[in-house]
Design a protein around this ligand. Structure first.
Ligand code: G4P
Length: 530
């Protein structure tokens, strides 16, 4: 096996998703601890503590205690090189999360055992299911009162329409939590005061029909309950099928407590065995193998001014094939130009590090003077591939933004254009007007606040914001159409994007139907459909 094959083969790249507060950050932190990437718990994020977050970059995030931007972390464990793509948990930032999912090969979904599926998890899950991304479920917080595990699995199956396979099973919860039973190995991993917070706990092999031994371990009441539950599971639940897991049809489920560092190692070990090395990606009709010697990558995320100490803009690329080498010439397909990816970096827990090489499956952040857009392909000159773009999500909220001080026009234009290029907002204008004021469209309203905050802090521009009542957007597909002649309701607005495409924004679906009925031949496209 060549070095290239060995390196790519040992990579695992996954996104971690959850509803806010389910324990995603705590779990990520424990993964990093196992990998030795960080030394102390609490260094990934300390919402209540003063410690800095690895994944929270902006002041605003710190103030609000939410993770707005996604970041990437790499660590080594048991011979594997693991890339975690953190996703923002706040529902307003779903678009950024969707893009992050495009760069992952599998997903770890963290669920709060007391709450089950929550709105945000539901939304994200649908995206994974559509893309057939393998999903691993970690049901967290068993050290607290939890819902019935059967009920939780039932909810997962019904809501998401996939099968579940509990790899282990909880024995009680809260103060009665005794540990988990491994269904395959038939052993108990014990959660006792003695074991709390310990990394390496030795599981106890046990025959659950051995009453004496079981009673000693977990007591007669819980023994009887466990025997019943395991019998029920073995008889009625889905069979384990690795192919189904890899097609995203069956989710392996694990129970544990991220806070108590319980069940993490079991999870990691199984997860690494069940997931695949980086998966191929499509360039038109051609499948690009990650093991291909020639380098190729696509941009899935752009982030400006991530850190006050490094005022810069970073574009994140997912490497799809081959090996990246610092200083080599690559080809930026969309621009048709040769580029050098400068200051290539990876996030290692709290630090950004300049890297000299990276392999398919890895994520690299490169310094971007403003040349890349989301979805762009970069590859070695010989390769000439172009990866499928990343879908744009239709904005659902619109606001008119103008600068307070007209002397700051230049900074205002630069700011909104750059932020739009990052994909955080979409910008439009009224036909025949310039950039004095723009209409901003976003998927989640919190992005308006982020925009205002960033314009002020990064571009020194104060803006006046007027929210508009529209919530639907449609692109007019008819070429050369005279939009002024269309028969539209008075509360339908005609705008253009900066490529000059004609767009209508509507206050209701009723108005969209009106436009279609009253204007024969009018073709409207909804970009949110994928
Ligand atoms: P998130 O990234 O998904 O938003 O969740 P995060 O890890 O920040 O966890 C949310 C809260 O839940 C935190 O408490 C965290 O300590 C707690 N938590 C996480 N995993 C477990 C677990 O397995 N058991 C229990 N009992 N609690 C857990 P917090 O008080 O909101 O924040 P902090 O002050 O501890 O940071």
């Amino acid at each position: 096996m060549s070095e290239l094959q060995h390196e790519i083969g040992r990579r695992r790249t996954f996104a971690i998703i959850s509803h806010p507060d389910a324990g995603k950050t705590t779990l990520t932190e424990k993964f990093l601890l196992y990998g030795g990437a960080i030394q102390t718990a609490g260094s990934v994020k300390g919402k209540a503590t003063a410690k800095h977050a690895v994944s929270d970059w902006m002041e605003l995030e710190k103030q609000r205690g939410i993770s707005i931007t996604s970041s990437v972390m790499q660590f080594e464990y048991d011979g594997y090189c693991i890339n975690i793509l953190d996703t923002p948990g706040h529902q307003d930032f779903s678009e950024d999360t969707y893009r992050t999912l495009m760069a992952a090969d599998s997903v770890v979904m963290v669920i709060d055992a007391a709450k089950g599926i929550e709105a945000q998890t539901r939304k994200l899950f649908k995206v994974c299911a559509r893309r057939h991304i393998p999903i691993f479920t970690f049901i967290n917080k068993l050290d607290r009162e939890a819902r019935d595990p059967f009920e939780l699995l039932d909810e997962l199956e019904k809501e998401f329409g996939i099968g579940t396979y509990p790899v282990n099973w909880p024995i009680g919860c809260g103060v009665e939590f005794k540990g988990v039973f491994d269904r395959d190995k038939r052993e108990i991993l014990s959660f006792s005061d003695m074991h709390k917070g310990m990394n390496k706990i030795k599981p106890t092999p046990c025959d659950i029909t051995d009453i004496e031994k079981m009673d000693e371990l977990i007591g007669p009441y819980q023994r009887a309950e466990l025997v019943d539950q395991i019998e029920l599971l073995d008889g009625a639940s889905f069979e384990f099928d690795l192919e189904k897991v890899r097609r995203g049809e069956l989710s392996p489920v694990f129970f544990g407590s991220a806070l108590m560092n319980f069940g993490i190692e079991v999870f990691l070990e199984n997860f690494l065995k069940m997931t695949t090395s980086p998966l191929p990606r499509m360039s038109g009709e051609t499948e690009v193998s990650p093991f291909d010697e020639e380098f190729s990558a696509f941009a899935f995320k752009i982030q400006a001014n991530m850190n006050k100490n490094h005022r810069d803009r970073i574009t994140f690329f997912r490497i799809c094939s081959g090996k990246f080498e610092r200083g080599a010439d690559y080809y930026h397909v969309q621009a048709g130009k040769t580029v050098r990816l400068s200051q290539p970096q990876q996030m290692m827990a709290e630090e950004r590090q300049i890297i000299n090489e990276a392999y398919a499956g890895d994520i690299i952040g490169v310094f971007d003077p403003g040349i890349y857009s989301i979805g762009d392909t970069v590859c070695s000159a010989k390769k000439k591939v172009q990866f499928e773009g990343i879908p744009t999500f239709a904005p659902e909220h619109f606001s008119m933004i103008e600068q307070k001080d007209s002397l700051k026009r230049k900074q205002f234009v630069k700011g909104v254009e750059q932020i739009a290029q990052e994909g955080a907002i979409q910008i439009f204008h009224e036909p025949n007007t310039g950039m004095e004021r723009v209409i901003v469209g976003v998927v989640g309203v919190l992005q308006f606040e982020v925009l205002e905050y960033r314009l002020k802090n990064e571009y020194n521009v104060d803006v006046i914001r007027n929210d508009l009542p529209y919530s639907y957007i449609r692109w007019i597909k008819n070429k050369g159409i005279d939009v002024k002649k269309l028969n539209l309701t008075s509360d339908t607005k005609w705008v253009q994007d900066f490529k000059g495409n004609n767009i209508l924004i509507f206050t209701s679906e009723w108005n969209i139907n009106w436009a279609l009925e009253k204007n024969e031949g009018l073709i409207l496209e909804d970009f949110s459909k994928d």
